[in-house]
Design a protein around this ligand. Structure first.
Ligand SMILES: NC(=O)c1ccc[n+]([C@@H]2O[C@H](COP(=O)([O-])OP(=O)(O)OC[C@H]3O[C@@H](n4cnc5c(N)ncnc54)[C@H](OP(=O)(O)O)[C@@H]3O)[C@@H](O)[C@H]2O)c1
Length: 283
């Protein structure tokens, strides 16, 4: 009996995929390293109904170091080319997740056919990975912005500051929308179920885009911390004394028309934020 294979199953997205596909084979880096070409070639792919790839090198600033650059290219680009070739050989659908960072952020909103213009090393490797995955005859690349799930992320960081009574300075010139892993697995499940045409699909929460500072205000409001203030600062100012930081695109808003045409209606990111915060409070 064939089952889905979740690769990188213990990251933010991997955990959400495991919850949605409980019968899937879930593997972590120790048991299934996507950079190990010999291992990939020897794997019994006849057991796999669909490859759900949640594995990635996601340390955006770490990718700017010599060591990080090597790891990011190996995991996000070369390994994806190897996986795409195996998916093609074994006629398996390959589901992969990409990022708004493949764009330089000078236009908005980003459509699926916009030419990639990545700024930093992480972004370049994700763009290369998208091109590689695109060679698999049957693939879905979900291009998401600002992913939030069960793991270290922006919302949890800001909740931590609120709990300590800290009024932070937060970047106010990067504009986008949050994507919650719950919604991302909904979209993946939908595309597979309706057998949507192979290709790239943008996915984020719907609704009015906001800056990180605006999102922080929404988090504080949701938490009832109305006494805290959020001071907006520019990306240039924020990274002034951090020359090792990767460049960030300013415009991250994704156009959602294509996935809506495929029959999937994303929820407003503010609605998902409220649900997420309520669950964190209970946890
Ligand atoms: N986080 C965001 O804001 C964001 C935004 C846009 C797009 N995305 C994309 O969304 C996807 C999921 O992101 P995420 O936040 O869930 O990432 P994550 O929490 O960092 O999880 C990535 C997982 O990949 C695993 N992994 C790394 N190298 C591997 C290898 N060589 N072989 C097998 N597994 C390996 C990691 O294992 P270890 O922990 O053991 O290394 C980790 O469990 C990624 O493709 C990412 O690029 C993320």
């Amino acid at each position: 009996m064939k089952q889905p294979l979740i690769i990188g199953a213990y990251g933010q997205l991997g955990k959400a995929l495991q919850a949605r596909f409980p019968k899937a084979v879930a593997v972590d880096r120790d048991s299934f390293d996507i950079t190990d070409r010999e291992f990939l070639a020897s794997y019994d792919w006849r057991q796999v109904s669909v490859i759900l790839n949640a594995a990635a090198y996601t340390n955006v600033d770490g990718a700017e170091t010599a060591e990080g650059r090597r790891a990011a290219w190996a995991i996000n680009a070369q390994a994806m080319a190897n996986l795409a070739a195996l998916a093609a050989q074994h006629q398996i659908t390959l589901v992969h997740v990409s990022s708004d960072y493949v764009f330089d952020g000078t236009t908005s909103p980003h459509t699926e056919d916009e030419l990639v213009t990545p700024l930093g090393v992480y972004a370049q490797t994700k763009a290369a990975g998208d091109i590689a995955v695109g060679t698999a005859p049957q693939h879905y690349i979900l291009r998401v912005s600002w992913l939030i799930g069960d793991g270290p992320n922006f919302v949890r960081t800001m909740m931590g500051l609120a709990a300590k009574g800290i009024s932070p300075s937060v970047v106010d010139d990067q504009i986008g929308r949050l994507t919650f892993t719950e919604q991302l697995v909904d979209a993946i499940e939908h595309l597979l179920k309706v057998k949507a045409p192979s290709g790239i699909y943008n996915l984020s929460g719907d609704g009015e885009p906001a800056s990180w500072a605006g999102i922080t205000r929404a988090i504080f409001q949701e938490l009832g911390h109305n006494e805290l203030t959020v001071t907006g600062i520019s990306t240039a100012e924020y990274f002034k004394n951090k020359p090792e930081a990767a460049p960030r695109p300013l415009q991250s808003t994704l156009d959602l028309a294509k996935i809506k045409t495929a029959g999937f209606t994303p929820r407003d990111w503010r609605e998902d934020l409220a649900t997420y915060i309520a669950h964190q409070d209970q946890a």
